[in-house]
Design a binder for this molecule. Structure first.
Ligand code: ATP
Length: 356
């Protein structure tokens, strides 16, 4: 396993910028995810690490070795793609063995390594099966086995679960994580699915339009987003526009345009916020942090949407100036209906203040 360092890297495609001035340190053995909407530069960055693209500017290092212009087959990387890219008429073992044959290992060595890795991906008895006789999830595990059997220094996974249905995605996600931690291989994972990123990663890089918006552990990114983009992209949130009204020690009060005052804590704000009275802020309030009844920041509004999901009841509640998405854990209580009024409260420490 190796570390990966990206230093001032930009990639230009004619007039279009793929990524801009990227700096990134991925630790040896880390499970690191590139997360962001379509077109934000995830695949471009991964391809520069793989060697399929060379950066327009900047450098890529594996440990201390400059690999910026090294060919992909000299980098000792394993790759898994969304569409598996397996040979459909060959058997599982023939597919897994492919990279070892290219490296001209002995038949004995190949057999040993293929057997071991087939067991690791829980396909022990599937060696002679043809790829087109396997389910999507099994095919993806073959693709993973083929990438891992060469004992790569770095494993690159580009949206590997997108072709699987929801249940299989979850199962395969758990499998990938288990295998990665068993082998301890440095893994870079590309996805636009924030749940997947949070569940699997040691750290996540959130990207938008070729730029880094935040790098951090899942909890850090969820609980302490640096900006509006990250707050909104990771999980669901309500963003209420307000102006800082008073600051008294640790207590911040912010006022919405219609004069509604919300009280929060200074420590629950983005480090990029300057905390000046009169500053415009966005208050991020997660739907699951809003409670029924009276308490801190009590509000009464009118229900405009009700949805029962089994685990929760989701409401949209209108407060004239803004509306809030609210998630109440299902507790067998009487469901409220559209048009009814509802009283809600938001704990002071559930408000999170953002500057931009
Ligand atoms: P997706 O989730 O849709 O795969 P992504 O985050 O991986 O998106 P990239 O594929 O890295 O995004 O693309 C980043 C930007 O660079 C986009 O604007 C894209 O159109 C552009 N781009 C990527 N590859 C090329 C190319 N070969 N030629 C021209 N433009 C490209």
């Amino acid at each position: 396993m190796r570390s990966v360092k990206i230093e001032n890297v930009s990639k230009q495609f004619g007039q279009v910028h793929g990524v801009k001035n990227l700096n990134l340190d991925i630790k040896a053995g880390e499970f690191f995810t590139f997360l962001g909407p379509s077109g934000c530069g995830k695949t471009t960055t991964l391809r520069m690490i793989a060697g399929f693209y060379y950066p327009t500017e900047g450098k890529v290092f594996f440990d201390d070795r400059d690999v910026t212009r090294l060919q992909p087959n000299k980098r000792n990387i394993g790759m898994v793609f969304q569409n598996y890219a397996l040979f459909p008429h060959m058997t599982v073992d023939e597919n897994i063995a492919f990279g070892l044959q290219v490296r001209k290992l002995s038949r004995n060595d190949i057999k040993q390594k293929v057997d071991r890795i087939r067991g690791l991906v829980h396909l022990a008895s599937y060696g002679d099966r043809k790829i087109n006789e396997l389910s999507g999830g099994q095919q993806q595990r073959v693709a993973l086995a083929r990438a891992l059997v060469i004992e790569p220094d770095i494993l690159l996974l580009d949206e590997p679960l997108s072709n699987l249905d929801a249940k299989l995605r979850e199962e395969t996600r758990i499998e990938i994580k288990r295998i990665q931690s068993e082998l301890g291989v440095t893994t870079i994972y590309v996805t636009h699915d924030q749940m997947e990123a949070m569940a699997m990663s040691d750290r996540i890089m959130v990207m938008d339009n070729g730029y880094i918006k935040q790098i951090g552990a899942p909890q850090e990114i969820y609980n302490r987003p640096l900006n509006r983009f990250v707050a909104d992209f990771i999980g669901e949130t309500n963003l209420v526009e307000a102006t800082i009204n008073t600051i008294d020690g640790e207590v911040i009060q912010a006022k919405t345009a219609n004069g509604l005052v919300l009280t929060g804590q200074k420590q629950h704000s983005s480090p990029t916020l300057t905390h000046m009275i009169g500053d415009k802020v966005f208050i991020s309030i997660r739907p699951e942090s809003i409670n029924l009844g009276n308490g801190d920041n009590t509000l009464t509004g009118k229900i405009t949407f009700v949805e029962f999901t089994g685990i929760s009841v989701n409401y949209i509640v209108d407060f004239k100036e803004f509306s809030l998405k609210v998630m109440i854990i299902n507790s067998n209580d009487h469901l409220k209906k559209i048009g009814e009024h509802i009283t809600l409260n938001i704990a002071n420490d559930a408000l999170y203040f953002l500057g931009e």
